[in-house]
Ligand binder design. Structure first.
Ligand code: ADP
Ligand code: ZN
Length: 734
């Protein structure tokens, strides 16, 4: 790999520094005493403040040089590499994001400016007994003994023992507990590429060989690893990770959901004998700082993380795995609007690494790239071991005479009953959080909405509140209708998972029921614990939102009932068919992962709908081809380009005026053959009190969209309270 030598600047040299402050350009400074390297993280004065920045290159000059201020200090961190600088630059160009915002993504490490400090840690000391035992003291010693030789911070130890920190300090004074200084950021334990490898099936073996060869090439390439759920995709890509570790380069595995990390870390530990670095919102500040530094210094061989892990300062990245690559959570929908799947490909192409996109139901984008030969493709066709794919069947709801407020058909309940009698698990899938999506007043017909958004409030009976799923605002369920003031006539309409839970409890009073919905658990840890208990068989019927569709293993699960298979087909989203197809196949894939065969039943009012038919037939290639033909015909992604523009303002008129002005000045777009649609009120026309107006830009696949968009919006001066966001390749149209 090409590795440029970092340029050095001498004291007083004019240098250009990119800061994390929202300015539209880098600023000039003078290099500090001792000089600095290009890429160095520095602290610079900006007005009265000190801010974080990166030495970007030589200064521009061309102004009063005596006014240029000097860098305050060079931070003790590995300088940003050339490769990272080009990644940030190209990602900024692609997403039309200011560089300062990109730099913020790349510096999300607490205490970046602090030296590699020491901290106090506590472990079992040399003295056996304190002068006198108390209950609290016994608890501390019990924790230390339970965890063997491990060391703790003061707060950790006190919390685990359930005592105050003074108890620990007291024991330390007597030598029962040892108090030591230890460096804060330790390297991660080494992973052994061959610690414990499973014997692969011949299909898995050949897939693993293809990926291993790609990794060994030490050059860029992307492979779509397509395989039905349970076919061993994870086993196969762990072989690619193993190959990458053997080359001495670092690997990154991205997962779509934090709740999946725990299970995955255990698998990594089994396979490689130690735990890798973790990077996501559930990681402590201390660990975050350690991960950021060790990734940069080479003390972390493998990182498992969420999409933001792409912006870690890898020293030598050789492989990025994007697991469940079709998952919509890879698209960041606020702040910097980027798709981690696409950015992974960009980063790998710059640094000469391989990308593996793993999925049972790839995105149409990746499928099309594989069809076009831009990505290699590796396919696993059968499930591992005894497991066979579930049988799938539609339940035609038009024939059902369900009483009011009942959603489980008689056919489905018969099947659930059979599983109960056989001691197997059933999953009832409904992609709606809360108790009921709508609360209506039976006296006047008023539907309770959010005060700040154009959205209905959703009743969450478990929390005893109404919740807006747009802005998160909650309020207690009122006694009286807020519109007509009549008391006691407010009624829930339609089902959410909580309400379905009630129906299940009535139908199967003897069953143990678990409702899995992200909002029902206080923390990622509580959710993870619940999932583990369910996997061990501690529930007969699981009721879940799309949370359960994502890669969890439930060995006792043999029946999946989809309550409303038509739900995702409504609406005009260009990806509605694709999303429904993916979600239904994923959910169905939860059934029959172990020896016992599974069955998936889809309740639908449109059994003839082409998407429902494609889901049932199981002919995925057929579905992709039909969907691809339609998109090609319409000139929409992945066969055309799109950008969504949202203007938001406290005043609807302002947003519209700017929208109209933009539409009237579309010359820069017309020059590249692009079309502008709108302005129109966004589907959700108000969020958090801001009125929202949308424009949509469509262009041909090869058109240079970003520079044209930049030139287009540059023509308009925006009122100060107006926000404009540009979403390249939008995934959501709300
Ligand atoms: P996927 O990622 O395609 O859903 P996994 O890799 O999770 O599939 O495999 C499904 C299950 O089968 C896991 O429990 C895994 O450990 C097991 N498995 C897959 N391949 C093998 C193998 N070659 N030897 C032993 N167990 C395997
Ligand atoms: Zn709201």
């Amino acid at each position: 790999m090409r590795r440029a030598l970092l340029r050095h600047f001498d004291e007083g040299d004019l240098i250009s520094v990119l800061t994390t402050q929202p300015l539209d350009r880098a600023l000039d400074y003078r290099a500090p005493a001792g000089g600095c390297f290009e890429g160095a993280f520095v602290e610079v004065p900006l007005g009265p403040r000190k801010v974080l920045g990166v030495v970007w290159g030589p200064g521009e000059g061309g102004y009063e040089l005596s006014k240029v201020r000097t860098v305050l200090r060079v931070l003790d961190a590995v300088p940003m590499r050339e490769e990272m600088k080009s990644f940030l630059t190209r990602a900024a160009e692609y997403t039309l994001t200011p560089m300062s915002a990109m730099l913020r993504l790349a510096t999300r490490s607490p205490g970046l400016g602090d030296p590699p400090s020491m901290r106090l840690i506590y472990r079992r000391g040399s003295r056996d007994e304190p002068d006198r035992w108390t209950d609290a003291r016994r608890k501390v010693v019990a924790v230390l003994e339970e965890y063997g030789g491990l060391a703790f911070t003061l707060a950790e130890l006190a919390e685990l023992a359930g005592v105050s920190t003074s108890v620990v300090k007291g024991l330390a004074k007597q030598g029962v507990v040892a108090e030591e200084q230890s460096p804060r950021d330790l390297p991660y334990p080494a992973l052994e590429p061959d610690h414990r490898r499973k014997a692969l099936t011949s299909e898995q073996e050949s897939a693993a060989r293809t990926l291993t060869q790609a990794v060994n090439s030490r050059s860029y390439g992307t492979t779509l690893l397509k395989g039905v759920t349970g076919s061993g995709k994870t086993e196969v890509y762990l072989e690619a990770v193993s190959a990458c570790l053997r080359t001495g380069r670092q690997a990154l595995v991205l997962l779509p959901e934090i709740a999946l990390t725990a299970e995955f870390l255990t698998r990594v530990e089994d396979r490689f004998g130690a735990r890798p670095a973790e990077w996501h919102s559930g990681v402590t500040m201390t660990e975050r700082r350690r991960a950021w530094r060790m990734v940069g210094e080479g003390g972390a061989q493998l990182v498992v993380g969420a999409r933001s892990a792409l912006f870690l300062p890898f020293r030598d990245l050789g492989l990025i795995v994007v697991d469940e690559e079709h998952d919509t959570s890879y698209k960041q929908e606020d702040g910097v609007l980027y798709n981690a799947r696409d950015m992974a490909v960009l980063r790998a192409s710059i640094t000469g690494a391989q990308v593996v996109l793993a999925s049972a139901t790839p995105s149409l984008e990746s499928w099309a790239n594989a069809e076009a030969g831009k990505y290699a493709r590796v396919t696993l066709t059968s499930r591992f071991g005894e497991a066979v794919l579930p049988r799938m069947r539609a339940l035609d709801m038009r024939d059902e005479k369900l009483p009011a407020n009942r959603w489980i058909s008689s056919d489905l309940s018969v099947e659930v009953m059979r599983r109960l009698e056989a001691g197997e698990q059933s999953l009832l899938f409904l992609n709606r959080r809360g108790y009921a999506p709508v609360t209506i007043c039976r006296a006047c017909g008023h539907q309770i909405g959010c005060d700040h958004c154009d959205a209905r409030m959703v009743e969450h009976r478990f929390q005893k509140r109404l919740v807006c799923h747009q802005c998160g605002e909650t309020k207690p369920m009122p006694e009286r209708c807020p519109s007509c003031d009549v008391e006691g006539r407010l009624a829930p309409v339609g089902p959410g998972v909580e309400r379905l839970g009630e129906e299940v409890a009535e139908l199967f009073p003897e069953a143990r029921v678990a409702v899995l919905s992200s909002d029902l658990f206080g923390s990622a840890r509580a959710l993870k614990a619940a999932i583990e208990r369910i996997a061990e068989g501690e529930a007969d019927i699981i009721i879940g939102t799309q949370l359960v569709a994502k890669g969890h293993n439930f060995p006792f699960l043999t029946l999946v009932g989809v309550i409303d298979a038509d739900l995702g087909l409504q609406g005009s989203d260009l990806r509605a068919a694709e999303r429904t197809f993916q979600l239904m196949r994923q959910v169905a894939g939860r059934a029959g992962r172990a020896e016992r065969p599974g069955e998936a039943l889809l309740q639908t009012y449109q059994p003839e709908h082409p998407v429902i038919r494609a889901i049932l037939s199981g002919d995925e290639e057929d579905f992709w081809r039909a969907e691809a033909a339609e998109r090609r015909h319409a000139g929409v992604p992945p066969y055309g380009r799109m950008a969504g523009i949202v203007l938001s303002s406290p005043h609807a008129q302002d947003a519209f005026d700017v929208g109209k002005a933009l539409a009237a000045k579309a010359e820069p777009l017309r020059r590249i053959g692009a079309q502008v649609f709108g302005p129109a009120p966004a589907p959700i026309a108000r969020i958090r009190g801001r009125h929202r107006v949308r424009l949509l830009v469509k262009a041909d696949k090869g058109a240079p969209l970003q520079p044209a968009l930049a030139a287009w919006v540059r023509q308009i001066r925006l009122p100060s309270n107006l926000r404009l966001s540009i979403d390249i390749d939008p995934q959501n149209f709300y």
